[in-house]
Design a protein. Structure first.
Length: 417
């Protein structure tokens, strides 16, 4: 296999064993590689490993190792991946999309899709001799990095915005032993500081600017395609914050097409919260201008005003004839209630995908009869306070608890009511 790290800005190339996560010119690096096996052999290997995979240790990420990290060596895996693809009639009716499936990345070990990117990024960090790792986070990245760093025996440094991280996520970073810094600023301030600290102190940065994160996150799409018998849907809809998944999904689809794993490329829909929608604003003007905003949304996982993977995400939208949309917090919470009521459950940011699919169907962009896969990025219990606030409030779809006396008559009154 021929492989290298290539800079999208200046064109320089670096060996895949390099500890670099960003080009010296400040451009983003991308892993460029071409496996020696053809499409038929790759599909056969991937399908065989669904049953048994000693090397990948049952990981739904390392099952696709020919398309991830070249070379041999230790793998840091929990394992992760192998998440379900759900179909629920009630959810399809809510979205107005008859052929709707949701892929639930909240079923990963730390409860979010971040584990897919982190297993590859931490494995590469170990192989390249990293002494410590760091990230800025709205919660999920810190939880995942802390867990994988603990497994690898690497010190971990986390930068999170003070008072703006859901308790369930912050608790994970603390429990897994990461040194957690509460920064008086938003996520974008945290990322700037994390980058400066990584450069100053020789720490490996594991945010989605790290190209190996993108390689791992590609497997969300690869696994979904495999679950569908390598028959792509018409649309893939994904929540969008720092745009790592938008970038990764486009790369996965491009590579799958070029390798012959699929014959056509689905359209990609990147969904932002209306209060944190710089990418949507750029899409509205044909990406002629990059916007930065002061982000404010109930969907904390995508509360990002200056997304780091912007350039790569633009390429993904263009290459897939994709779209970018924005949904309000009310739309997000209504979609979340529908996902939860279907017995699946997700954190608020995840529900942006379902809210986005609903909006795109109403606008006629998703046509009748088209197939859609919406990606749920995080577990229901990542943000329990938002769940409680919604159900204790007088909102459509709320399911408030009922306090009663300790009597059978009180139970009967509730049942009768």
């Amino acid at each position: 296999m021929s492989a290298a790290l290539a800079c999208a800005a200046c064109g320089r190339r670096f060996p895949v064993g390099s500890p670099l996560v960003q080009c010296p010119c400040s451009g983003l690096l991308e892993v460029v590689q071409k496996p020696r096996r053809g499409a038929g052999a790759l599909r056969a290997a991937f399908d065989r490993r669904r049953v048994s995979d000693r090397v990948g240790q049952g990981s739904g990420v390392w099952r696709f190792r020919e398309l991830l990290l070249p070379g041999g060596g230790p793998i840091v895996t929990h394992p992760e991946g192998d998440t379900a693809l759900y179909r629920r009639a009630a959810l399809a009716r809510f979205a107005g999309v008859e052929d709707l499936a949701v892929k639930h990345e909240g079923e990963n070990p730390t409860g979010s899709f971040k584990d897919r990117g982190m297993t590859v990024a931490v494995t590469h960090a170990v192989r390249s001799g990293a002494r410590a790792v760091a990230c800025a986070s709205t919660g999920n990245t810190s939880a995942s990095m802390a867990a994988y760093a603990a497994q690898a025996g690497l010190p971990a440094l986390v930068f999170v915005p003070a008072g703006k991280v859901a308790a369930g996520k912050l608790a994970q970073a603390l429990a897994y032993g990461a040194r957690t810094l509460l920064v008086r600023g938003d996520f974008d301030a945290c990322l700037r500081l994390a980058r400066e600290a990584a450069h100053a102190f020789g720490i490996t940065l594991l945010n989605s600017v790290n190209p190996w994160r993108i390689e791992g996150q590609k497997t969300i799409v690869l696994e979904m395609l495999q679950q569908r018998g390598w028959d792509p849907p018409d649309w893939i809809v994904v929540p969008a914050g720092n745009l790592g998944n938008t970038a990764a999904f486009g790369k996965a689809l491009r590579e799958a097409r070029d390798l012959g794993l699929i014959r056509r490329v689905p359209r990609l829909a990147s969904i932002q919260a209306a209060g944190a929608a710089p990418f949507y604003r750029s899409f509205r003007v044909g990406f002629r201008r990059r916007f930065r905003v002061a982000a404010d949304t109930v969907a904390t996982a995508i509360r990002i005003g200056d997304p780091a993977s912007y350039d790569r995400a633009v390429a993904s939208i263009r290459e897939t004839d994709g779209v970018v949309a924005a949904v309000t917090d009310r739309e997000i919470l209504e979609a979340k209630a529908a996902v939860d009521a279907a017995g699946i459950g997700c954190e608020p940011a995840s529900a942006a995908a379902v809210a986005g699919a609903r909006q795109l169907r109403r606008r006629g962009l998703i046509r009748r009869g088209q197939s859609v896969v919406a990606v749920l990025t995080g577990h229901l219990l990542k943000d329990p306070q938002t769940v409680m606030d919604f159900h204790l409030g007088r909102r459509r779809g709320a399911n408030a608890p009922i306090e009663i006396a300790p009597t059978l008559a009180a139970v009967a009154r509730v049942l009768k009511g």
